[in-house]
Design a protein around this ligand. Structure first.
Ligand code: HEM
Length: 142
């Protein structure tokens, strides 16, 4: 930002690519979980036989999005010069990393659960951790 223009400014091209990829992956990972969660009742009623294959089809989209979040997240860390960050930024970043792990582990546990109650708890933990990671991501972006 120049002093002549202290107001809103456009991101440079590389920042647009980096953050767009990170946010796009977050949209697929988070939005897909919320949307599928909302559709599951209807699917169970109207087409119960399709539930397992729909879940597998979603997993084929969600896990590449999670991988893209990690790759672009590492790119983010490099781009924002995290080594010069304040201790508050570093603490929020560390908490976000814990939530990212919990989100992945919760989603994996959800996929592998053998009882409906475990499946539900794991889905809840995974989705909550993901949404919390998203909010902390917005805080990190300042
Ligand atoms: C569940 C996984 C994740 C979600 C949902 C998520 C979501 C987000 C969101 C929504 C933003 C704000 C982007 C903006 O406002 O422009 C963000 C920023 C950020 N994320 Fe993530 N993220 C995830 C994983 C990661 C990982 C694994 C890392 C590091 C390895 C990471 C590092 C960062 C950093 C450093 C920023 C700030 C970027 C900047 O200021 O330019 N994220 N994240």
């Amino acid at each position: 930002m120049t002093l002549a223009h202290p107001g809103p400014h456009l991101a440079d091209a590389l920042t647009i690519v980096r953050l767009s990829l990170h946010v796009f992956a977050a949209c697929v990972w988070v939005g897909g979980q919320v949307t599928l969660g909302g559709l599951v009742g209807t699917l169970r009623r109207e087409a119960p036989g399709s539930l397992a294959s729909v879940a597998r089809a979603f997993a084929r989209l969600a896990w590449p999005a999670y991988a893209l979040l990690i790759v672009t997240g590492i790119w983010n860390v490099a781009a924002v010069r995290a080594s010069q960050a304040s201790s508050a930024w570093s603490a929020v970043f560390a908490l976000k990393m814990v939530l990212v792990v919990v989100a992945g582990a919760g989603t994996l546990a959800h996929q592998r659960a053998t009882t409906p109650s475990r499946r539900g708890v794991a889905a809840g933990v995974g989705t909550l951790a993901t949404v919390a990671a998203l909010v902390l991501g917005v805080a990190l972006a300042g």
